[in-house]
Design a protein around this ligand. Sequence first.
Ligand SMILES: Nc1ncnc2c1ncn2[C@@H]1O[C@H](COP(=O)(O)OP(=O)(O)OP(=O)(O)O)[C@@H](O)[C@H]1O
Length: 246
Amino acid sequence: MIRVENITKFHLGRPVLRNVSLEVPEGSNLGLIGPGGAGKTVLLKIISGLIRPDAGKVFIGDVDVHSLKETELAELRQDLGMLFQNYALFDFMTVSENIAFPLRQEGEVDDETIDRRVKELLQEIGLPTAADKYPNELSGGMKKRVSYARAVIQAPPILFYDDPTAGLDPVTSSKIFLLLRRMQAEYGTTSITISHDIEGIKDICDRFAMLERGELVFYGTRDDIETTDHSLVRQFWDGFSDDELG
Ligand SMILES: Nc1ncnc2c1ncn2[C@@H]1O[C@H](COP(=O)(O)OP(=O)(O)OP(=O)(O)O)[C@@H](O)[C@H]1O
């Protein structure tokens, strides 16, 4: 269970997040939506302990994330898979070295198992022949898929994705969403996914939160969001209506 309690954050004297509270039960998948600059990435970084809030608390299980020391935080991150925007691959490592990196760092899994897992993941992301390539030989979509493989190789119980399909063509995007769905089905992962692709995250999330200028304007289940009469949320969820175009 992830619990966010009254998170407030200021940046350059302006509020970026105002009193945001929400919960993600174990095994649940939250879609975080909202216009650009609403504070989605900052919230996800606060949840994962990368940015400190000015007020409020984040609990992952029973752990108060922002009360941890750096070493304890590093330990907690072992349970978190993160796929952030521009979460760069290491240019000096091959694709398979990049994917294997989190497992090697953990130091608890033997080389043979790591190699097998990397091969399986390369197959799964549709890049079975890319093992020895370097990131600069890949397209943006391929790099994203490799980043995904690196984020999930430890099969972490919790996964955070920041706009996993940003800038990708529709075919690659649907492949990524398919991978996320498989991950949930296979491991019962708890996840938070930021996306501007409403059609895409409709399929992979069972609850949704919408931020607008740092405020949580919606939090609820898929049924709740489909029947909400909050006009801004409706508009965002349904896309622009014909009325507006006419
Ligand atoms: N380290 C930081 N700490 C606090 N606020 C920040 C930090 N970095 C950027 N901001 C501010 O947070 C605000 C919200 O940005 P954020 O990237 O969270 O929005 P977003 O909803 O993810 O937008 P987009 O959909 O365009 O990615 C921005 O106005 C930005 O100036």
